[in-house]
Design a protein around this ligand. Structure first.
Ligand SMILES: NC(=O)c1ccc[n+]([C@@H]2O[C@H](COP(=O)([O-])OP(=O)(O)OC[C@H]3O[C@@H](n4cnc5c(N)ncnc54)[C@H](O)[C@@H]3O)[C@@H](O)[C@H]2O)c1
Length: 250
């Protein structure tokens, strides 16, 4: 029997329709929280909300100007929605760069901004930012993604400092490659790019930096998010927790 240590808490998970976000939604719901799934994909958002007995908020979080005046009544905010685009800088489409920055840095800022007043009024809150090993390290061809995730690290630390007096914590989780639709698409793309079978992409391309040679599972990320949301993690703030099989130990 899982401890219902998040009973009475309201959680908002962006990109909760699939992958890591969906695993987080399940983790929070199992621990007793009410979960709202914010996702661009209406079918996925409604299906996920049904699975966890929560609500769906169908929204394009890259449309950031629509979030300027938002107010959020949530205890736990998980900034998770994200996409990947890969290209050398000289060929990187400027609008695509801006899209990633809006979705993965501006929108987390605006959602944090919308949630903090309610958290401050209650004297309790948890901001959990799904960053990446690429929030701490760079790889070629991922200029927008690496920039957005490094920016998210900074936003998370500032939120931690401002929120501390109000018992609001803010932390990042930094996974390496996680077995989700986002990565499965990259496996197919990289197989074509490198001219090797998909079965070899994971071992030869993705796991080169990781000491433990396997993909991370979404529920491994979700269990850390669940702990960060709990009262046991009250003194953990401004931190970045790697789940990267040793990648950043190098
Ligand atoms: N999968 C990995 O290997 C990995 C590794 C490190 C970090 N991450 C990060 O974890 C987060 C989740 O990744 P994932 O692998 O679960 O991805 P995913 O593609 O499986 O799921 C992302 C979800 O975000 C939603 N989404 C996309 N654009 C949106 C928008 N404009 N507005 C609202 N929702 C939108 C999608 O519909 C989808 O449900 C991302 O921030 C990603 O950068 C992933």
């Amino acid at each position: 029997m899982i401890e219902q240590d998040l009973a009475g808490r309201r959680a908002l998970v962006t990109g909760g329709g699939g992958g890591i976000g969906l695993a987080c939604a399940h983790e929070f719901a199992r621990r007793g929280a009410h979960v709202t799934i914010a996702d661009l994909n209406a079918d996925a958002a409604h299906a996920a909300a049904g699975e966890v007995g929560g609500d769906a908020w169908v929204v394009d979080l890259s449309e950031t100007s629509a979030l300027d005046d938002l107010t959020l009544d949530v205890d736990i905010l998980v900034n998770n929605a994200g996409i990947q685009r890969v290209s050398p800088i000289p060929e990187f489409d400027p609008d695509t760069f801006r899209l990633l920055l809006r979705l993965m840095l501006e929108s987390p800022f605006l959602l944090v901004r919308a949630a903090l007043p309610g958290m401050y009024a209650k004297g309790w809150g948890r901001i959990i930012n799904i960053s990446s090993a690429h929030g701490l390290r760079a790889s070629p061809f991922k200029s927008a993604y690496v920039s957005a995730k490094h920016g998210l690290e900074g936003l998370s630390k500032v939120t931690a400092l401002e929120g501390a007096a109000h018992r609001v914590t803010s932390n990042c989780i930094n996974p390496a490659y996680v077995r989700t639709p986002l990565v499965e698409k990259q496996i197919a793309d990289q197989a074509v790019f490198h001219g090797i079978p998909e079965s070899e992409v994971v071992e030869k391309i993705m796991l080169t930096e990781m000491a433990i040679k396997r993909l991370v599972e979404p529920d491994e990320v979700a269990s850390l998010a669940g702990w960060l949301a709990s009262d046991k993690a009250a003194m953990v703030t401004g931190a970045s927790y790697t789940i990267d099989g040793g990648w950043t130990a190098r």
